[in-house]
Design a protein around this ligand. Sequence first.
Ligand code: SF4
Length: 104
Amino acid sequence: MPPINRRRFINAAIATAGTTIIARFSHAQEIVSSDDATALAMGYVAEHTSVDTEKWNKKASPGGENQKCTSCSIYQPIDGDYGLCPIFVGKRVHANGWCNGWVA
Ligand code: SF4
């Protein structure tokens, strides 16, 4: 059996603990509502297929059909339904959501 790399073990333990803490407490966070001021400013919708592409033409760009929270590089999944987004601090966004801040 190979020797255990102490630094690797500690880093893995810290990462696991951090993920567990985020997952546990993020469920208590409010879900972004459609009338949230930031949501309105960013064109956020809970279901990406319902984006008004006349108004938010980024979503109508090539490959736009694949733009949603789960494909956004700043999305942090909590579970299959919700995740965290730094644009909506302290709140949860829908996994199938979208906003104009989408990042490839
Ligand atoms: Fe979703 Fe990305 Fe917009 Fe955040 S920035 S709401 S993760 S599409």
